[in-house]
Design a protein around this ligand. Structure first.
Ligand code: GSH
Length: 212
């Protein structure tokens, strides 16, 4: 199976970490934004990453890909069968993909993607505004919902943890620290999930790339 995209994208990193947790072998094929690669475009009609190609089957969207893989490789289960747990997992996946991502993207696009990959200046004021005004309430929310177990749903690792932790790797790439005094649970939780080998090897590679 081939996964198209760059793990600098929280969506691609989420799928890559999910596959690693499941023990699913994915061949990573790096593509850039709007890449014309025909196999990538066939799987992702709107050119967004990630895209998966599994033989003659192509699929875009990180959540669609994960639910496909979860049905194809049920063990270990990362999307719970219990209705309430499943609902919560899908909520956190959606929250991370939309609300958390929207805030992080304003920071990451303007501070990293625009200058490093598009060769133009980013809107640093917009990035700073997102960090100062939009991020804190999201961290406040998360601080209030992280259980003592260290996992968001059901006391064990699920897709919820992978989805929520992934954008925090982008904060780390920008050297944005979580204030341990104000958000101690978020700081400890994201540190623990991102330290898992399924994430760590990608994040280390991304750090090294950006340090060049
Ligand atoms: N909902 C999609 C979002 C995918 C997405 O927006 N990916 C971004 C990279 S972080 C992208 O490919 N942007 C390029 C573009 O919009 O042309 C998912 O979960 O995979």
């Amino acid at each position: 199976m081939i996964l198209y995209g760059s793990t600098m994208s929280p969506y691609v990193r989420k799928v890559a970490a999910y596959a690693a947790e499941k023990g699913i072998e994915l061949e990573m094929k790096p593509v850039g934004m709007g890449d014309p690669d025909p196999a990538f475009r066939a799987a992702s009609p709107f050119g967004k990453m990630p895209a998966l190609v599994d033989g003659d089957y192509g699929l875009a969207d990180s959540s669609a890909i994960i639910h496909y893989l979860e049905a194809r490789f049920p063990e270990p289960q990362l999307v719970p069968a219990d209705p309430r747990e499943r609902g919560r997992v899908i909520w956190f996946d959606e929250w991370a993909d939309t609300i958390l991502f929207a805030c992080g993207a304003k920071m990451f696009f303007n501070r990293v993607v625009a200058p490093r990959f598009l060769g133009r200046e980013g809107d640093l004021a917009a990035a700073d505004a997102a960090e100062c005004n939009e991020l804190p309430p999201l961290l406040d929310y998360l601080e209030g919902v992280i259980p003592d177990s260290g996992y968001l749903v059901g006391g064990r690792l699920t897709l919820a943890d992978l989805a929520v932790a992934s954008p925090f790797a982008n904060l780390r790439l920008m050297k944005v620290d979580i204030d341990e005094a104000r958000h101690p649970k978020v700081a400890a939780y994201t540190k623990a999930i991102l330290a898992r080998p399924s994430f760590a090897r990608f994040v280390e590679r991304e750090m090294a790339f950006l340090a060049r």
